[in-house]
Design a protein around this ligand. Structure first.
Ligand SMILES: Nc1ncnc2c1ncn2[C@@H]1O[C@H](COP(=O)(O)OP(=O)(O)O)[C@@H](O)[C@H]1O
Ligand SMILES: [Mg+2]
Length: 231
């Protein structure tokens, strides 16, 4: 089976004012195309670091990440960012929407970056807004939306360029129960119905259990790898 992601002996050490922290310590795993994965672990266990390295947002100290057969280590910074824009979508706990752009414009941005024509981007943004139940909020600014609605806009934005991989770092950490459920259900459906590879980071075991594989991190190491793949 083809792997969408291969993580080979990944290590990340941060050096701050002389002190060195090993945030990730020799982590390896492979994720076949279209499968979902939850990364579970307590605060400080290296979850965000792992996502940033796999998503090409930061550089590894040792090891490599292979996405679709391509080594991130061998790409230039520019190549990585283009690759990311086409292949990956990100959802973070802190919702980084552009304050002066409407919900719809925020969703259009990654498409404009990818060179998609404005008209097509507008239509796609509308269909994504519909998917997350916010078409009636298309022309609202982020500050006119609740936190949960903002996160749903961020989910729609992450889907703008039909990524093969969706990374979500504690996406429900700041949401109430109802909005959490909507975000998790959307992520589940992306994997089950659209064949995307969804990687969610959480410290909530109940959320992790809804995904078909759980990698548990502790002190930067893989503590357990439960493979419940039923596809
Ligand atoms: N930029 C950084 N500089 C120094 N240490 C960092 C940095 N980012 C994370 N760390 C440290 O790396 C470890 C793992 O952090 P992180 O990946 O954010 O964990 P998690 O997402 O599981 O809470 C922690 O000890 C954290 O303090
Ligand atoms: Mg984190």
């Amino acid at each position: 089976m083809e792997n969408i992601i291969e993580v080979h002996n990944l290590t990340k050490r941060y050096k701050d004012a002389g002190a060195e922290v090993t945030a990730l310590d020799n982590v390896s795993f492979k994720l076949p195309k279209g499968f979902d994965l939850a990364i579970l672990g307590p605060s400080g266990s290296g979850k965000t670091t792992l996502l940033q390295l796999v998503g090409g947002l930061d550089k590894m100290t040792e090891g490599d990440v292979i996405i679709n057969g391509q080594s991130l280590k061998k790409m230039s910074d520019k190549e990585v960012s283009e690759f990311r824009n086409k292949t990956m979508g990100f959802i973070f706990q802190m919702i980084y929407l552009q304050d002066y752009f409407t919900a719809k414009e925020n969703i259009m941005l990654p498409m404009m970056v990818a060179g998609i024509r404005r008209k097509e981007a507008m239509e796609k943004a509308d269909s994504l807004l519909e998917k997350v139940g916010l078409l009636h909020r298309a022309n609202h600014l982020p500050r006119q939306l609740s936190g949960g609605e903002q996160q749903r806009v961020a989910v729609a934005r992450a889907l703008a360029n039909d990524p093969q991989i969706i990374f979500a770092d504690e996406p429900t950490g700041k949401l109430d129960k109802k909005n959490s459920e909507m975000v998790i259900e959307t992520l589940e459906s992306l994997s089950k119905e659209n064949g995307m590879s969804v990687i969610i980071i959480t410290h909530d075991e109940n959320i992790a259990k809804r995904f078909s594989r759980i990698i548990k991190l502790e002190n930067g190491k893989v503590k357990k790898d439960f493979n419940l793949n039923t596809k």
